[in-house]
Design a protein around this ligand. Sequence first.
Ligand SMILES: Nc1ncnc2c1ncn2[C@@H]1O[C@H](COP(=O)(O)OP(=O)(O)OP(=O)(O)O)[C@@H](O)[C@H]1O
Length: 314
Amino acid sequence: MANESTTAAAGVSALGVRRRFGTVEAVRGMDFTAPAGAVTALIGPNGSGKTTLLLMLASLLAPDAGEVRIGGLDPVTYPGEVRRSVGWMPDTLGIWDSLTATEILVTMGTFYGMPRPLAQSRAAELLHTVHLGDLADKPSRVFSRGQQQRLSLARALIHDPAVLLLDEPASGLDPGSRVDLRMLLRRLADEGKTVVVSSHVLSELDEMADRAVFVAGGETVKAQSLADAGEQARWYTIRALDSDLLLHGITSAGTPYRMQDAERRPALQVRLAGEDAAADLLRSLVGAGVAVTAFAPAGGALEETYMSLDTDRR
Ligand SMILES: Nc1ncnc2c1ncn2[C@@H]1O[C@H](COP(=O)(O)OP(=O)(O)OP(=O)(O)O)[C@@H](O)[C@H]1O
């Protein structure tokens, strides 16, 4: 991950942004930073203001108050430059369902000022990247939901933007396509691009993101690096061939525990301060002759943070 202080100007930021729709204050004083060279996850419950924030970062929606900077530029003062530097992937493909995949990408490329031959070669390259080469000449209305998502991703990338904003990019994707998406976003971040991803699938973000910003009720509630999230205290699930022996081993180690609810196979959960504590406990259980069959964090690091924030659903 790139150094945040040197890359902040190249990334995106929002300071104290607000946006109201009638009586609903969708975003109320949000602060958000996504440095270049990293994947930043935007996490929050339904209705917490993620899409509204992303639309403001994409300069498709003006904030009522506060400031947005894209690569150091104010979208209000430099709308053209900012639009050209941002790739936006909404959660639905939306428009142009009678055009073919290639036509959509080439049209979009020319909107961004790309010469047609360049847009055509870039379109072919991107359709190959998102595994839609075989459907290049089919109208997008025949595409499945997952295929539309992949086309939407290609569309966001057509002009090789420095900043990529993706709203729920993995929804509708099959497991193989999710892995492809993760690897692609990782590569783009490693090339120095700013990548912001909103998603509810926290396990996926655990694998893909360098840092996470948690929002609730239109406000930022926490920002955390994945390294810090991995270090925090969390629940581990433990199983053994002999559950009584496991319970004895846990109580003799003095570790607080809980029984996992109504499971097909009995398991204990223990709360441990970090990976060192986990390694110590596993060593002591095995040393005491407990035949441990499973020993792993009960949930992902981001899920642990999310649940601890006790955010409201609206
Ligand atoms: N165009 C609009 N008109 C009226 N209310 C809106 C509009 N857009 C968003 N809202 C409201 O603003 C709040 C935030 O919506 P937003 O779509 O930003 O949330 P979100 O975090 O992206 O939610 P989800 O996880 O469900 O996609 C919600 O209460 C929503 O109903």
